[in-house]
Design a protein around this ligand. Sequence first.
Ligand SMILES: NC(=O)c1ccc[n+]([C@@H]2O[C@H](COP(=O)([O-])OP(=O)(O)OC[C@H]3O[C@@H](n4cnc5c(N)ncnc54)[C@H](OP(=O)(O)O)[C@@H]3O)[C@@H](O)[C@H]2O)c1
Length: 253
Amino acid sequence: MDITGNTVFIPGATSGIGLALALALRERGNTVVVGGRRTELLDRIAAEHPGVETVRVDTADAASVEAAAKDVIARFPSVNVLITMAGVMRAEDWTRSSFLESAENTVVTNVLGPMRLIAAFVEHFRSLPDATIMTVSSGLAFAPLRITPSYNASKAAIHMLSETLRLQLADTSVKVVELEPPAVQTDLMPGHAENEHAMPLDEYVAEVMDIIETQPGAREIQVERVKFLRYGEARGDYDQVVAALNATDPHGE
Ligand SMILES: NC(=O)c1ccc[n+]([C@@H]2O[C@H](COP(=O)([O-])OP(=O)(O)OC[C@H]3O[C@@H](n4cnc5c(N)ncnc54)[C@H](OP(=O)(O)O)[C@@H]3O)[C@@H](O)[C@H]2O)c1
């Protein structure tokens, strides 16, 4: 993906990585449309960052995704980058039966949401000379954090979906890029923004922008910090990675 000149829709950018990436992309000469459920944050973003556009969308709701996609494509026909950022992460205890509601919610938001978004944009993207679907997985797609079973599984699903979509779209104008964050200090989970094992948000986004700029053909956007989790199996130290992840850091990401 080129670093500049795109029209980028980021559902899930009212806070955290999505918002920081939106502002960095805007600074680099992209038109940016930020999406999310919290309208008070959307209003504040629009007021504080003139030129950043906003759309309300609940990616866990099929009708909302469809309406938001139609709105974005109608208002910004040049939209050529979709970043499926919206996600939730919850601690669950699968040794008891109370996890199911959390698990279902996680799958709907983290897996079905990106699927619905991609379905709503893929034909439009195929009509353009150059477009990018950027999915958002996690280091936890590759090594499990004990306390978040559904989350880890949802991100592993996004990894494999990304790999497969790339094959299906290989002969089209649509590229598939997977963003694989390590632990980054955001409000994704309670206490996570203060987690000393997590990467500061501004450092993370600066490294991501550097990768996009210097490796425009990258299929997976991996900052140095995620490689410990990402390549444990390939290196042959997977068991040690899993042990270290679960021994030292209750939140992992
Ligand atoms: N921070 C990390 O350590 C880390 C590591 C790996 C991967 N990630 C991934 O990065 C992405 C962003 O997370 P973050 O860390 O930046 O956390 P965050 O600050 O909590 O951001 C999550 C974003 O997702 C949006 N969202 C959640 N559910 C939504 C829904 N149903 N509809 C629309 N938007 C929804 C939220 O907006 P509203 O609440 O306004 O809807 C918010 O903008 C997630 O996919 C997460 O899994 C994060």
